[in-house]
Design a protein around this ligand. Structure first.
Ligand SMILES: Cc1cc2nc3c(=O)[nH]c(=O)nc-3n(C[C@H](O)[C@H](O)[C@H](O)COP(=O)(O)O)c2cc1C
Length: 336
């Protein structure tokens, strides 16, 4: 399957964050592709109501992949088959989730401890979606420090016909602590011919650019960096073009240094506040009011990073319960 359909600037799957409204806005503001949060293969096969809400993609199934988790190859195959029959063009298998309730079933990052089953899951999913749909996997560097087997597991995945790999260079044991070690991403890229996408601690467009260049990754997958900043995709695309142009200038121009650009500073955050209001409106159209008010909160929290009075605003965000409360916060930020 042609990898071009997913492009090189992707919204990561994030439980509790990447519901339909956020995916829609990320796609509108530059994401080349996006993924649903991880859903249980069994829940999906059984038409579980919550699972179907999490995977709802409206008319965006062509730019949306579904991410499934599970440890039974047969059920994973059934879920993948159902997903392509429902219009999804890309199926991602979650081999990275560190949560206890997932790994105790042998799914998520626990699959890295049983590479025979890892291989069987991929083979069964591939068998069920054929060659006309994209098969991707998302994995960590290993289960723990003493079992970093990402090179071996990715080789297996490559041999089983996986089309792309989303790589988070932390072990399961690390959860989200420490730093993502992108020297491993570079090593993976050197050792494998399947396209590799970097994810992990990519919080702004400068880091994205550095990591893309230093690892030779085929693309960037933004996760926490997109929360409260869904325009990061368009910024990154614009910045990459600008950076490419500047690199063609002579050293004498002294414009090679990314630090000199201050690109993101110039695009003042407040200019983009309306995009977050738009996200909130999408949430209100999709969820009931209280849920929408809660789901916009992580975005407002992140957005407020760097503001002098962030503490006061965050308190207002905490206390917000409904549409009016949230709109008051937006208006107060606007009136700074
Ligand atoms: C709130 C949250 C939920 C996440 N849920 C998922 C998930 O459902 N599936 C998955 O593969 N990764 C999930 N992740 C991991 C991200 O996709 C990403 O790989 C990870 O956060 C590293 O990128 P970052 O450091 O740039 O955030 C989640 C991360 C966060 C913060």
């Amino acid at each position: 399957m042609n990898n071009q359909i997913i492009g090189d600037c992707i919204l990561a799957p994030m439980a509790g964050i990447t519901g339909y409204p956020f995916r829609k806005i990320a796609l509108k503001y530059g994401a080349s592709f996006c993924f649903t949060e991880m859903v249980s293969a069994i829940g999906y096969v059984k038409n579980d109501k919550t699972t179907l809400e999490l995977t709802y993609s409206g008319s965006y199934t062509a730019n949306t992949g579904i991410q499934i988790f599970g440890s039974d190859p047969y059920i994973m195959g059934l879920a993948a088959k159902k997903a392509v029959q429902s219009g999804f063009k890309a199926i991602d298998i979650n081999f990275g989730c560190p949560a206890k309730k997932v790994i105790k079933t042998g799914a998520g990052s626990a699959a890295l401890k049983d590479l025979d089953n890892f291989k069987a899951i991929i083979a069964e999913v591939k068998n069920n979606i054929g060659n006309d749909n994209l098969l991707t996997i998302k994995l960590r560097s290993g289960f723990d420090e003493s079992s970093k087997n990402y090179l071996e597991s990715c080789k297996i995945a490559e041999n089983e016909g996986v089309d792309s790999i989303f790589f988070h260079p932390r072990t399961r044991a690390q959860m989200f602590s420490g730093k993502a070690d992108h020297s491993l991403t570079a090593l993976l890229k050197k050792n494998i011919s399947v396209p590799v996408y970097a994810t992990g601690d990519i919080f702004d467009i400068y880091l994205a650019n550095d990591i893309k260049e230093s690892t030779a990754a085929d693309g960037i997958m933004f996760a926490r960096g997109a929360i409260g900043k869904p325009w990061i995709f368009q910024d990154f695309i614009n910045f990459s073009k600008l950076h490419f142009q500047l690199n063609k200038l002579t050293d004498a121009d002294n414009l090679n240094s990314i630090e000199n650009l201050n690109y993101e500073d110039r695009l003042h955050k407040l200019d983009n506040l309306d995009k977050l209001i738009e996200l909130f409106e999408e949430m209100l159209a999709f969820y009931e009011e209280k849920r929408a008010a809660n789901l916009i909160k992580p975005h407002l929290y992140n957005f407020l990073t760097g503001f002098d009075n962030a503490k006061i605003f965050r308190l207002e965000v905490n206390n917000a319960r409904n549409y009016c409360d949230i709109m008051n916060v937006f208006n107060n930020i606007k009136n700074i």
